[in-house]
Design a protein around this ligand. Sequence first.
Ligand code: NAG
Ligand code: NAG
Ligand code: NAG
Length: 464
Amino acid sequence: MGEPLWRLRLLLQLVLAAVSVTSVLARGAGSRRRYTPDWQSLDARPLPAWFDEAKFGVFVHWGVFSVPAWGSEWFWWHWKGEALPQYQQFMSDNYPPGFSYADFGPQFSARFFNADHWADLFLAAGAKYVVLTTKHHEGFTNWPSPVSWNWNSMDVGPHRDLVDELGTAIRKRHIRYGLYHSLLEWFHPLYILDKKNNCKTQHFVSAKTMPELYDLVNRYKPDLLWSDGEWECPDSYWNSTEFLSWLYNDSPVKDEVVVNDRWGQNCSCHHGGYYNCQDKFKPQTLPDHKWEMCTSIDKLSWGYRRNMVMPNVASDVEIISELVQTVSLGGNYLLNIGPTKDGLIVPIFQERLLAVGKWLSINGEAIYASKPWRVQLEKNTTSVWYTSKESVVYAIFLHWPESGILRLETPKTTSTTQITMLGIQKDLKWSTDPSEVLLINLPQVPPSALPVPFAWTIKLTGVE
Ligand SMILES: *[C@@H]1O[C@H](CO)[C@@H](O)[C@H](O)[C@H]1NC(C)=O
Ligand SMILES: *[C@@H]1O[C@H](CO)[C@@H](O)[C@H](O)[C@H]1NC(C)=O
Ligand SMILES: *[C@@H]1O[C@H](CO)[C@@H](O)[C@H](O)[C@H]1NC(C)=O
């Protein structure tokens, strides 16, 4: 074959390849759905897959409320909004007369904040995403917002861009980054004016909420927007559907971004991306929509508070049991800590997070990227929560049965059934009783030789 012909053929092949690539691209663009600013269209967007696979995240409440660090992150509201006597007493006992909430701002130092240290801890906790409060109801922004004059972390307090620093460290470790943002601000004069007008004017939304939401997305390209503070006005006031249609159609994160459901009165549990419903929401049966349980290690506060005592702190067993129940019922578990004003995470929170990480290092196979099984809970002598991954079924039992034999009524064995415990090498012996209940002989080892101290995972293959 002469050389020119060979070249011609190569050229022809290149042209054909280019044509087919172009047509694939064109089809892709043509089939990209455009979302319209209404719930019917927005609710139909498929949730980006990473979120369901992630299962476990860490929530961080950090702001000027971390300075008084007393009561809860609602300190300002309890003190000035509700004028609760114990908050007024706390102020008169500990601060000079005339001290205002704004005076706490300069004391929010973040002096010892090292984003890499936090990110290492969250990585060791097994978190696949981290959500930081960029702005809570107090209105202080943890980034240099151009519309939060003198009430942001660059002008006051840390003089640093906290949202950026944490995001950089989180992403270095391939953890997804979520931004919490409160729509409302308790004491913003424009918000107070709009509320006086029954949410019929939008002075606050156009001057503050929208510019900040667009700024957060364009600057930090979050994987998740965790919206809050929606409950006093309808979504038409917040312009939520207009914002979300931009987010899904044209924003720099349109393909991967995930949002929750707090976008206006009555939206929660009905509209948006995944559902939070109420704080600490814990359904008893499998919901038909992706959801997330957010909860806090300090049972009485999301922000750090100095008056926390041990009975308020969730135990390892409570936290891990809740994680297991949540994942079995199709949810994600977002566990909160509150750092101090100087940017430290106290050892009790570190310890709890590391306990989750240690448990996940053995049992993560049954958690990450798992799907709910046909049955979620079996309750008899011990609670057993099921998860699954393709044909593999995981049975997580919370307490060790005294008999050393675990009874499972749901899985039906076959000729290929194999049963192991995560973290233990050899297969477990099993049998079925006359009513086809599966009886699993748990390993007879001293407690110290068990892979984890509670909530063990049985891995079943070849069961139906
Ligand atoms: C809200 O959306 C409407 C319709 O797109 C628009 O005309 C209006 O300017 C928006 N208001 C704010 C405050 O963004
Ligand atoms: C929200 O629900 C309540 C109770 O059902 C109702 O009174 C209110 O009008 C609703 N608000 C909106 C904005 O739909
Ligand atoms: C619970 O387990 C016991 C044996 O451990 C069995 O006799 C009993 O039938 C079980 N109860 C239910 C409701 O499955």
